[in-house]
Design a protein around this ligand. Sequence first.
Ligand code: SF4
Ligand code: SF4
Length: 181
Amino acid sequence: MTAFQPPTPPAGPPAGVCARCRRCCTLAPGEEGLVFPLSQEDVARLDQAHGHARWREQSPNSSELLDMLAKLFPRSPAGLARAFPPGDSHWRLAVRADGRCFFLGGQGCQLTAEQRPAHCRLFPVWRLGNHILPLRVECLAIAEAKDMRGLMKSLDLDVALVKELFARIQRAWGLEEERDT
Ligand code: SF4
Ligand code: SF4
């Protein structure tokens, strides 16, 4: 488990445990500013798939958001400062009035795995150096899994995919990529 407790980046595959849970795809009031930022690649892919922009919103680069990102990427303070300058803004997933992500339906996420933002596919699994580990968050998949292998399986993840998705996020924001040592 991680030593830190980030706020709620939205995420989660549509089937199985996530369809029963949906917790990280639904925000409490006031959490909108902490929705994980989208990369330009995410925006372009989802614009192409959906042909409209109601699914995304601009959000300020708040100090609260930067604090969260600093915990998630502790080795990249300079890169984060470049990618999310104070006073500027970023795209994030739109949230409905009741706190649900725009793409959350009755059976969970309505996006295919390939369409989903990289951070949604990863959550609640993260990478710190050589370690792949669960974030310290409330998550039914974590609660039900016997071990890390079971958690990854329930989320349709494997080590190679976790590394690829994580690297995709780092590349999108110009952060120094983690290397296997
Ligand atoms: S099981 Fe975990 S990853 Fe899936 S929806 Fe719930 S909190 Fe999100
Ligand atoms: S895009 Fe899908 S997985 Fe991501 S927060 Fe929205 S509903 Fe959840």
